[in-house]
Design a protein around this ligand. Structure first.
Ligand code: SAM
Ligand code: SF4
Ligand code: SF4
Length: 359
C-alpha cells in the first residue's frame, strides 16, 4: 500500500490544512475512501441569465457585489493548478460558472488546458453565445459540451431565465455546436415542480433520435438565494414514469463508476436520457468531484459553507510542491456527504451560491 499523507490540522490564516508533502499519484483518497477524479472550475461569477433557481433577480440585481477582475484567477494560474490536480489523479475538467462563455478569451484557456496530458475537457453553458464561440472552442481542443435548457415553450423558458432570452437562441447554440463537430451534446434541464415540469416531455420528444442526451436534474438547495423547498422538487422517478408512459424506457448500465446521471435507454432504440437525483437518491458515496471557485477557493462539496484559499498560495509564491501538498491535504481530510444528510434545517443554512462555486 502506498503511504498516505499525514492528517492535517487547520491553518487559521488561510483556511488551508497543514500537510506533509503529498506525492502525486492516483492513490489519494478522502475520509470515505473516494478518489479525486473530477475538477469543476468556475471562471466567472457573472451571467447573462437570471435563472430563478440559480441567480434570482431579487438577489443578483444591480448592486450585487460580483468579483473584480483582479480577484479572479487568471488563465496561467488556472492552468498551473489544473496540471497539479491532474498529477493528483483528476481525469476530467469541467469549465463552468456563472456563464463561462462571458469570460473574455475563454478559448485561450481551453487551448492551454488541452495541452495537459490525459484530461477530458468539458464545458457547461446556457448556450446563447455558442453561435459565435462553438467553432473556436472546438478548435482550441474542447472535447465535450453541455447546454442547459429548461423548457421549449417560449413563456416557460423566459420565466425560467427571467431576462427574456428566447428559446431560439439556445437552440441555435446547440445547432452551432453540432456544426462545429460536438457530438452527443448533453442538454441539462432543471425540473421545478409546477413551474416547468410540463416541459419534460417536450424535451424528450424534441431530442429523441437526435444523438443528444437530455438530463433531467432535480432542483437542489444550492446556495441560499433561491428559496428552495422540498415541495418544488419532482423526484426523478416521476420523470422516468412520465416519459416512459409515452416512450418506454429501460435502465442502462453506468458508463463508468461514479457517473452522476442514471441512464435510461429508449426501448425503440432512439437514444437515451439521464436523470440526476441528488435530492431523492443521494450519490455522495461515489462523489469524486472537487470545485475551484472563480477567485481560487477550493470546495469539497457543492453544498460547502467554506472554501480553502489557493489564490493566496499562488500569489504568495508557493512552489508546485507546496500547492500539491495543500491540495492533497484538503482532499485527504474531505468528509462531505451533504445530500445523504440533508434536512429542512441544512437546506435553510447559508451556503455558497452555485454561480460562484461552479455548477
Ligand atoms: N451558466 C451555465 C449553465 O447554466 O449551463 C453553467 C453554470 S450553471 C450554475 C451549471 C448547471 O447548474 C446548469 O445546468 C444549471 O441548470 C444547474 N443548476 C443551477 N442551479 C441549480 C439548482 N438549484 N438545482 C439544480 N441544478 C442547478
Ligand atoms: Fe446563469 Fe447558468 Fe445560473 Fe442560469 S444556471 S443563472 S445560466 S449560471
Ligand atoms: Fe458530492 Fe457533496 Fe453532492 Fe454529495 S452533496 S454528491 S459530496 S457534491
Amino acid at each position: 500500500m502506498p503511504s498516505r499523507p499525514t492528517i492535517p490540522i487547520i491553518d487559521q490564516r488561510n483556511q488551508l490544512p497543514h500537510a506533509e508533502p503529498v506525492s502525486p499519484g492516483r492513490d489519494l483518497t478522502d475520509r470515505h475512501g473516494r478518489a479525486l477524479r473530477d475538477l469543476r472550475i468556475s471562471i466567472t461569477d457573472r451571467c447573462n441569465f437570471r435563472c430563478i433557481y440559480c441567480m434570482p433577480k431579487g438577489v443578483f440585481g444591480k448592486d450585487y457585489p460580483f468579483l473584480k477582475r483582479k480577484e479572479l484567477l487568471n488563465f496561467e494560474e488556472i492552468t498551473r493548478l489544473a496540471r497539479i490536480f491532474s498529477e493528483h489523479g483528476v481525469r476530467k475538467l469541467r469549465i463552468t460558472g456563472g456563464e463561462p462563455l462571458l469570460r473574455r478569451g475563454v478559448e485561450h484557456l481551453i487551448a492551454a488546458l488541452a495541452k495537459l496530458d490525459g484530461l477530458e475537457l468539458t464545458l457547461t453553458t446556457n448556450g446563447v453565445l455558442l453561435p459565435r464561440m462553438a467553432e473556436r472552442l472546438r478548435d482550441a481542443g474542447l472535447n465535450r459540451i453541455t447546454v442547459s435548457l429548461d423548457a421549449l415553450d417560449e413563456a416557460t423558458f423566459r420565466r425560467m431565465n427571467d431576462v427574456d432570452f428566447p428559446v431560439a437562441d439556445v437552440l441555435s447554440g446547440i445547432e452551432a455546436a453540432e456544426r462545429a463537430g460536438f457530438g452527443q451534446i448533453k442538454v441539462n434541464m432543471v425540473v421545478k415542480r409546477g413551474v416547468n415540469d410540463h416541459a419534460i416531455l417536450d424535451l424528450a420528444r424534441h431530442f429523441r433520435g437526435s444523438g443528444h442526451i437530455v438530463r433531467y436534474i432535480e432542483y437542489m438547495d444550492v446556495g441560499s438565494s433561491n428559496g428552495w423547498c422540498m415541495d418544488e422538487v419532482l423526484p426523478s422517478r416521476a420523470v422516468v414514469e412520465r416519459i416512459s408512459a409515452e416512450f418506454p424506457l429501460e435502465a442502462a448500465e453506468a458508463n463508468y463508476p461514479g457517473e452522476v446521471a442514471q441512464r435510461w435507454r429508449y426501448a425503440d432504440g432512439q437514444g437515451e436520457i439521464g436523470v440526476i437525483s441528488s435530492v431523492t437518491q443521494a450519490f455522495c458515496a461515489t462523489c469524486t468531484r472537487l470545485r475551484l471557485s472563480t477567485e481560487g477557493k477550493l470546495y469539497t462539496c457543492l453544498f460547502a459553507q467554506q472554501g480553502h484559499d489557493l489564490r493566496g498560495l499562488l500569489r504568495g509564491g508557493a512552489d508546485d510542491e507546496r500547492l500539491r501538498a495543500a491540495i492533497g491535504a484538503v482532499w485527504h481530510q474531505r468528509d462531505d456527504r451533504y445530500s445523504e444528510i440533508r434536512t429542512a434545517q441544512t437546506a435553510a443554512a447559508r451556503k455558497i451560491e452555485m454561480s460562484y462555486i461552479g455548477g
